[in-house]
Design a protein around this ligand. Sequence first.
Ligand SMILES: [Fe+2]
Ligand SMILES: [Fe+2]
Length: 222
Amino acid sequence: MNITDMKINALVKEDIRLSSFFQEEKIDFCCNGHRILSEVLSEKNLDPKEFTLRLEAFQKALDEKGQKDDFFNHMDNEELIHYIVSTHHSFTRSVLRELDVFTSAILRAHYREDPELLLAVNDLYGSLRKELLEHLIKEEADLFPLILEGRFEEAKKEIEITEDEHDAAGNLLAKLRQVTKDYALPSYACSTFEACYHHLEALESDLFRHIFLENSILFERF
Ligand SMILES: [Fe+2]
Ligand SMILES: [Fe+2]
């Protein structure tokens, strides 16, 4: 089958390293990973042949460095949940703690240089932070125990809510990219500003993998 006739998340399922390729191409592989690649390419006016060549070149470069990575396909529910919580939930919480400091610091120091931008970043970050902290707790206290206890019918209902929350977080991240013009540093940016944008991008990239593992691997089992 042609690569472009496949679902985006199916390609990432085979090799999670492709997540960085899709991220660089600004192609959503997590919240909208169920879409067929060719449809997304035509919306973006990208030539499928040229795109396939680039994807294959990216994969070839990775293969020269080591094996493809699909460890999560071999994990049972318990192992996968443990991996998600210990890796992604813990990273999200720690990067949010750092971002709390950076976002307030740049608002204080640079408000006068661009009030519109600084307020928008502060506002969107505040909403994202609240959403995420509540979301992590709900997964750990409600959804994951249902799955681990084998209460799959109840889990399915909770999964619908969880996926809506993933979409909401994805939308906030997209708005942050929009207002920051893809995290382009303004001329007045200091090192704290740079660290703030860098951490926001790290939060985004980790969250994309995290949502992919939940939506496209764990939740698809039910
Ligand atoms: Fe999660
Ligand atoms: Fe989640």
